[in-house]
Design a protein. Structure first.
Length: 568
């Protein structure tokens, strides 16, 4: 049998000197095996070790893609605590045998214990410890969640509405009593807590014909998480209404509310939206983490040159900076990161938001409440008498808000705000549509920045590949640009929930409103003229910014094509 060190040297993973150094240090590690010492000293990764052991022992190597699915029945044969302790996970079961992926398939003690626990013969396979641990976390958690849902639903006897969706046959008082029962409370708490653990930004709870579907939006994409019997719909939705102080008897009109969840390490604000549909009420919960704001401008995904431009304009003493894009594209995060960077002891910074998504120290933040008349307009008029230096307006929604924002910027204040628009040039058109005069738009705007969020490839499973001519043509990428670049595509593993993506980064399109652009605005030119002039002046479009992320190996061609539109 070939020695482990020889295999690693022959594979050009390490040198012979590295092996000798590790052998000398084995005593310091209490006689641990060579592979463990090499990992501890940083010479190799656990994946390098797993491949070398597979070659040495001629045992099947299991990669992350092979652990996307495992036999749920097999999981029940090995307790979770045992799997975590010994870094092993059952993958499949067949008749009297169970296949177990292990870090060390030569560990006779572990194999013997598995045989005693399961009463089955063990077929060992090899996997990297990090991959096995991620699979244990994912699959055993799914098993626990399924069990908790089943337990929560057992014994439930929910009130079911009539065929026409009316509430005539429901006793509201009886319904309120049922909503305080432990099972329904446990189920709703489970849905919310699992969403927080999985980094979800939204929870969708929607009735189907024969079940209640729960989906989470993770990294910008919806994923099916669990289903419950359709009879549980009334109880789950009514429980959420109670938590959000809404009317549980009203099921024909939309309702909006809020819930605050306090956890040991954080506080989460939940916006609740309820929409009546033909199959019953659909609920969407938007999760807002109210813990300390941890983002900085460099962490948002700016290219170096773009970051320099943005920093230049946010340090100006007055004028207006607008960040545009659809809901959920990170506009508020960017503006709060900007405020955090320019915050000075001598400045009075005030924000007006709906709601306050991030709380910043030493900044006065106002949450609007239209029910009591605290609107953007009324808040801003009061703020004008509060001696502000810099103002953040959560969103320009109407002419009144736009007019006040313009007046702020004209009177020596720096104004940050957001607007819904498709790109930077069309943001200017949107301002004009709201009713802001051209001469004011041209005089006050400093910078318009369009923004999108782009999913980044999962580092654990992304794979190298050679893109086709059709793929490159879809984004107008010349093959010469990728001559010395390595492109990647998603594959899917346990860590990324089989999507191939994990996390998001920002795409930015910065339009500096300098003299040539101002003249176009004054001369009543349309957004196509503005776009052409801005690109001539060096503006990087959203799609071009996405191509830069592809060339950097951060995302895929398919993701950029999905997120951006073709440049004119």
């Amino acid at each position: 049998m070939q020695l482990l060190g020889e295999i690693l040297v022959n594979e050009n993973v390490i040198s012979e000197k590295d092996v000798e150094a590790a052998l000398r240090k084995q005593v310091d590690y209490g006689g641990k095996r060579l592979g463990e010492v090499l990992i501890a000293e940083g010479y190799i990764t656990d994946e390098n070790l797993a491949k070398a052991l597979s070659d040495q022992l001629q045992i099947q190597l299991i990669g992350p893609e092979d652990l996307i699915k495992v036999d749920k029945e097999a999981l029940e044969y090995i307790p979770e605590f045992f799997a975590r302790e010994y870094h092993c996970i059952p993958r499949a079961i067949e008749e009297s045998t169970i296949e177990v992926v292990m870090v060390d398939p030569e560990d006779i003690v572990v194999i013997d214990n598995i045989q005693k626990i399961s009463s089955l013969n063990v077929i060992p396979a090899i996997g990297a410890q990090s991959i096995i641990d991620e699979a244990i976390e994912r699959h055993y958690k799914e098993l626990r969640t399924t069990g908790e849902v089943t337990e929560a639903l057992s014994g439930m006897d929910f009130v079911v509405s009539g065929e026409n969706g009316e509430l005539d046959d429901i006793d509201v008082n009886d319904l309120k009593k049922e909503l305080d029962d432990a099972p329904i409370v446990k189920l709703v708490n489970l849905i919310i807590s699992e969403a927080i653990k999985n980094r979800a930004t939204d929870i969708h709870i929607e009735p189907l014909f024969d079940s209640l579907l729960v989906r989470y939006r993770i990294d910008g994409a919806l994923q099916d998480i669990m289903t419950a019997p359709i009879k549980s719909a009334t109880g789950v939705i009514s429980r959420l209404k109670v938590m959000a102080s809404l009317n549980i008897a009203e099921r024909r009109l939309p309702q909006d509310g809020r819930i605050t969840i306090k956890m040991p390490d954080k506080e989460v604000d939940i916006r609740v939206s309820i929409l009546p549909t033909v199959r019953g009420e659909k609920v969407v919960l938007r999760l807002l983490d109210k813990k300390g704001f941890a983002f900085t401008l460099p962490s948002l995904g700016f290219e170096a040159e773009m970051l320099d431009i943005f920093r230049k304009w946010i340090t100006k003493p007055y004028g207006m900076i607008i960040v545009s894009g659809p809901t959920g594209c990170g506009k508020s995060t960017t503006l709060h990161a900007a405020l955090k960077e320019i915050q000075r002891e001598e400045d009075n910074i005030v924000t007006v938001e709906d709601p306050v998504e991030y709380q910043l120290d030493k900044i006065s933040q106002v949450a609007t409440n239209e029910k009591i008349g605290l609107t953007f307009g009324s808040s801003l008029r009061t703020i004008l008498r509060q001696d502000p230096d810099k103002v953040l307006i959560g969103e320009i929604r109407d002419h009144e808000t736009a007019d006040i924002a313009i007046k702020f910027s004209l009177t020596g204040h720096l104004v940050f705000t957001t607007l819904h628009a498709n790109d930077a040039p069309s943001t200017i058109t949107r301002l004009l549509d709201i009713g802001v005069p051209r001469y004011l738009v041209g005089s006050t705007l400093n910078l318009v920045m369009a923004q999108r969020l782009l999913r980044t490839l999962c580092s654990a499973c992304k794979e190298e590949y050679e893109p086709t001519d059709e793929e490159l043509a879809s984004l107008e990428i010349d093959r010469s640009r990728i001559a010395e670049k390595q492109l990647y595509r998603p594959k899917g593993c346990v860590r990324c929930r089989k999507t191939g993506y994990f996390g998001r980064t920002g795409l930015f399109e910065l339009l500096e409103v300098k003299l040539p652009i101002r003249k176009l605005i004054f001369e009543n030119k349309d957004q196509d003229d503005v776009r052409f002039a801005a690109k001539e002046a060096g503006m990087v479009t959203l799609r071009d910014a996405g191509v830069l992320k592809i060339l950097a190996g951060m995302t895929s061609i398919a993701e950029v094509a999905r997120t951006t539109v073709e440049d004119d």
